[in-house]
Structure formats: structure tokens, C-alpha cells
Design a protein around this ligand. Structure first.
Ligand code: ATP
Length: 328
């Protein structure tokens, strides 16, 4: 069995609330187990630039409540090249690192898997850190809960003004190709319609349901549009509806990057702690090329290969159907 004496931790891709609690757990679990631990700044870019520092128990004091990531993150093109990976490998070897915890989304895992297939003497362990909740092998990814709560708080405020003015709001939320945030936020805010990338949008049906809402004396309407929705963008959608729905004043809001920020929720702090703890224990147990996730409230290891090939978010038809009924 491979013996791990020194590990590194990095965050990569889009930042997500909960990354800091996870970094804290990685560092302290490593030190508890008498491993040395190194923080890599700016994701894979830090591996290439040798931008690393030794961490101790105090390096991660008072970060549980912080959004973002104290290690910074980056989207790093050179890591996709053979030369970039080789430079990273040489820097890792020079530091005596034998295992890396990578916290990120599917792109980060693709990089980790390619790297470790090429250099199998370095063990890699993935932690799903993305607000998109789009990875196979974990019911929840780090940041999804906090981001959804942030979206809900914003939409509740928009609902107040929508109601006061008899307005219809089209609100775009994040999630890339996944409608996970849109669906949960839609249920939580009583959205009149939720448009998701996983489902083709029938404009005629949307207009009919808005008309039915007006007939039922609704004083406002909220349509949540996932950013990956394929009906041509939120402004275009609003224009097409404007021509046929005269009873509401129509407005558009794109929530944007505020969805990534903020102090992690209790759920994400606990999830980050559990996944970070489990990731280090898995490395110590000799595992590599895997992702730690949470399924049915238990830690589960999934191969990176499987997490990546089956990562498509499946539309939860039952939730969608319930949301449509509850918003009549
Ligand atoms: P999020 O889901 O929040 O966007 P992500 O991890 O999917 O997070 P990406 O920007 O797609 O974010 O990927 C993060 C980094 O992983 C990239 O900047 C790049 O350095 C590395 N990466 C992505 N794909 C590959 C690949 N095919 N080969 C090597 N490295 C890759």
C-alpha cells in the first residue's frame, strides 16, 4: 500500500461557499495523522508556478464562516497541456508531496484524473465543490445549499416589489448546464414557472400558465430561468412573452455572481468538514483517483471516472410536477 507522508490541498474552478470549512478539515485531519500539509494557491496554476506554503493548525483558524476560498482559485489553461502537467509534477516531487486533495467541479476532476493517470505515484482525491450540484456520486456538492439560500433570499425581496406593482419577473439563476438551483429555489419561492436546461421550454405553455395565474387573481408572477436554459436567454424570453401577456409589467433580473458569495450555511460547513475529513482518511488508506461524496447521509467513494462520465444532472420530474401543482 502506498504510504502518504505529505499532502497538498487546492481549490479550482468556480469558488463555492463551503470550500474553507473543507480546507480546514483537510489541514487539521492531516496534522492529526502526523502528515505534513501544503496549501496550493490558485488551483492548478499554483502547482505550475510553485505557489505553495506549509500549513499548520493555525493557518485555518476562523475560516469556517468565510465564503470564497483562502487558497484562491483559478481557471488554468496551461494545466491542460503536457508541459503544464510536467512542470506541476516536478514542483510536487521537489516538495516531497505524495497526495493531493482537489476541491472543485467536473473540470477540476478531469484535470486531476488526467494528471494522476500520467503520474500515478501522486495520489489524488476529489471533493465536489461547485454550486451547480452536477456531480454523480454525491447528492449534494459544496456550495449548492448556500447558493440556493442566497437565491431564495433575493427572490423573496423581488417578490415584494413584484407584488406591489403587479409585475412579472424573469429571474436568471446560475447552475451552468444544471437546473438544480433553479428547481430548488423555484419550489422554495413559489415560482409560477421554472425553466430548466434539462427540459425544453414550450413558450405557449408558459404563456397559458401565466394567463391562468392572472385569471386566478395572482398579483405577481415569478419565472425562474436557469442560466443553461436553451430557449434563447432571459431577455429574449421576456420579449417574446411581453407581446402576449399585457396584464403584467414585465421585468428581468439576472442574479449573477452574488450567488457565489456569502458565509456558508450550516449544511455546507458540515458537508465541507465531513468531505475534507473523509478525503484525507481515504488518501491515508491508500486510495487514489476517487471522489468523496455524501449519499443517504453517508460518505461514499466514487471513482473520478464514474463521477465524470455519469455527472449529468437528472431532472427530478416528481419535484417539477409538485412545483407546478403547488403554484396554481
Ligand atoms: P465549476 O463547476 O465551478 O465551474 P470546474 O472545476 O468544473 O468548477 P473548470 O474551469 O471547468 O471548473 O475546471 C477547473 C480547472 O481544471 C481548469 O481551469 C483547468 O485548469 C483544469 N481542467 C479542466 N479540464 C481539464 C482537462 N481536460 N485537462 C486538464 N485540466 C483540466
Amino acid at each position: 500500500m502506498r504510504k502518504i507522508t505529505k499532502i497538498a490541498v487546492l481549490t479550482s474552478g468556480g469558488d463555492a461557499p463551503g470550500m474553507n470549512p473543507c480546507i480546514r478539515a483537510v489541514v487539521r485531519t492531516a496534522i492529526y495523522n502526523k502528515l505534513e500539509v501544503v496549501g496550493i494557491r490558485q488551483g492548478y496554476q499554483g502547482l505550475i508556478d510553485n505557489n505553495m506554503y506549509e500549513m499548520n493548525t493555525r493557518s485555518v483558524s476562523n475560516i469556517l464562516n468565510l465564503g470564497g476560498t483562502i487558497l484562491k482559485t483559478a481557471r488554468c489553461l496551461p494545466f491542460r497541456t503536457d508541459e503544464g502537467m510536467e512542470t506541476a509534477y516536478n514542483n510536487i516531487k521537489a516538495q516531497g508531496i505524495d497526495g493531493i486533495v482537489v476541491i472543485g467541479g467536473d473540470g477540476t476532476f478531469t484535470g486531476a484524473l488526467r494528471f494522476s493517470q500520467r503520474f500515478p505515484d501522486i495520489a489524488v482525491m476529489g471533493v465536489p465543490g461547485t454550486i451547480d450540484n452536477d456531480l454523480y456520486g454525491s447528492t449534494y456538492t459544496l456550495g449548492f445549499d448556500t447558493a440556493t439560500n442566497t437565491v431564495i433570499e433575493a427572490i423573496d425581496k423581488i417578490r415584494d416589489t413584484a407584488d406591489a406593482h403587479d409585475r412579472l419577473f424573469f429571474i436568471e439563476v446560475m447552475g451552468r448546464d444544471s437546473g438544480a438551483i433553479a428547481l430548488r429555489a423555484g419550489i422554495s419561492c413559489g415560482a409560477e414557472a421554472i425553466l430548466l436546461p434539462e427540459r425544453a421550454t414550450a413558450i405557449d405553455d408558459l404563456i397559458e400558465s401565466l394567463k391562468a395565474g392572472q385569471f386566478n387573481k395572482k398579483s405577481s408572477s415569478i419565472v425562474i430561468v436557469a442560466e443553461g436554459d436553451k430557449s434563447g436567454g432571459v431577455y429574449d424570453l421576456a420579449e417574446r412573452v411581453r407581446g402576449q401577456v399585457k396584464f403584467y409589467d414585465i421585468k428581468v433580473t439576472i442574479l449573477g455572481h452574488l450567488q457565489r458569495g456569502g458565509s456558508p450555511s450550516a449544511f455546507d460547513r458540515i458537508l465541507g468538514s465531513r468531505l475534507g475529513f473523509a478525503a484525507v482518511n481515504a488518501l491515508i488508506a491508500g486510495k487514489s483517483q476517487m471522489m468523496v461524496g455524501l449519499e443517504a447521509n453517508h460518505i461514499k467513494l466514487t471513482t473520478l471516472e464514474e463521477a465524470l462520465t455519469q455527472h449529468q444532472f437528472k431532472l427530478e420530474d416528481d419535484l417539477m410536477q409538485m412545483s407546478e401543482i403547488l403554484s396554481i
